[in-house]
Design a protein around this ligand. Sequence first.
Ligand SMILES: C[S@@+](CC[C@H](N)C(=O)[O-])C[C@H]1O[C@@H](n2cnc3c(N)ncnc32)[C@H](O)[C@@H]1O
Length: 360
Amino acid sequence: MPILQQRQSQLFKDLPMIKTGVLPSTRYQGSKYKILDWINYYTKDLVFDSVLDAFGGTGCVSYMYKKNGKRVMYNDSLKFNYYIGLALIENSKTILDDNDINFILKKHSNFNYPTFIYDTFHDIYYTDDENKWLDVVITNIKNIKNKYKQALAYYALFQSCIIKRPYNLFHRKNLYIRTAGVERSFGNKKTWDTPFENHFLKFVREGNNAVFDNGEKNTAFHSDIFDLEISKVDLVYIDTPYISTKGGGVDYFDFYHFLEGIVSYDQWGDLIDEKSKHKKIKNGKNEWCDKGEIHRAFKKLFDKFKNSILIVSYRDDGTPTIPELVGMLKVQKKDISVKKLDYKYVLSNGNSKEVLIIAQ
Ligand SMILES: C[S@@+](CC[C@H](N)C(=O)[O-])C[C@H]1O[C@@H](n2cnc3c(N)ncnc32)[C@H](O)[C@@H]1O
C-alpha cells in the first residue's frame, strides 16, 4: 500500500475518505467558512462570470465561487495566504503523492539543514523537538520544484502550525499554556500535543482532496489590494480586516507573522523585531487597522472597483458604520441592499451580527 495511505489508514482509520473537491475547514481568524451558504444564497443569482476575492484569507469564498464555475481571482497581502490561494484555487490538478511526502518528511544526507527556528524560538510557540522538525520540513519544502506541490505542502504545514497553537495565533509567547501542568478551562491539549507529522499528513490528505478543476483559468495574487492591477472583473468580494466600534483592528500580520516567516525562511532573521518578546516580524502601518485611516481606505477601494458588482462582508458594530459604508457606495452604485445574519464568531465575546452589503 502507498505510504501516505498506509500511514493515514493507521492514523486516521476512523475517517472516511473524502471525495475530490471538498474544502477543509480551518481555524483562521475571521474566516467565512461557516457562513458560505448564506453568502452564496444572496450572491448566486447575480449576473457575473469572473470574481475577485480581494482579501482572500483562507480562500474559502474563492473556493465556493470556483465550485460555482466562476473564473476566480484570489488575492491576499500576506505571502503565506497566497500559497493557500495557489494550492486550492489556482491549482486544478496537482496533488502530493507518496514520493513527495517521503521527500518532505525525511532528512536528506545531501542537504544542509539550518536550525533557525530551533535557535530563535526556544520556549515561545513550540517545543525544541517540534522546532527542529519545522527546520527540517521547511528546508525540504523549499526544495520542491513544482509550485503547486510546494504550495500544497505549505498549506498542510500552516494548518498544522495553527492547530497546535493556543488560540490558534502567534500573538504571544505562550507555550507555557500548553506545557504547564494546570487545569485549563479552554483549548485542546490533545490537539496541541499531537505530533506535527500526524497533523501534517491529515492536512495533506485534506488539501489533496480539495484540488479540482472547474474548467476556468483561476489565479492567485499576492498584493496589497491597492497595488493589484486587474483590468476587468465582474464582481469583487470584499472582506477587509475588521475594526469594531469599541476595540481596535485585527492585524493579520501580527497574528500570523510566524507563518509569514516560514515562507521567508532565509531572510527571517533580518525581519524580526528583536524588542518583541515573542520575536514577531517588524510590521509597517496598515490602513485597515487604523480608525483614522479606514474611512478613506474604503472610499478608495470602492472607487478602484467602481465598475464591478461589490459585495462587502461586514459586521453591524464596525468602524465605519453600515450607514457610512452605504453612503460611500451610493456615490457609485444605484442598487444597494443590506442583509443581516444572526451569527456569533467563535473568538468574539460580543454579539455582533454578520452583514452582507450588495451594491450594483
Ligand atoms: C477578514 S480576513 C479575510 C477572510 C476570508 N474572507 C476568509 O473567509 O478566509 C482579511 C484578509 O485581508 C488580508 N489583508 C489585510 N490587508 C490587506 C491588504 N492591504 N490587501 C490585501 N489583503 C489584505 C489579511 O491578510 C486577511 O487574510
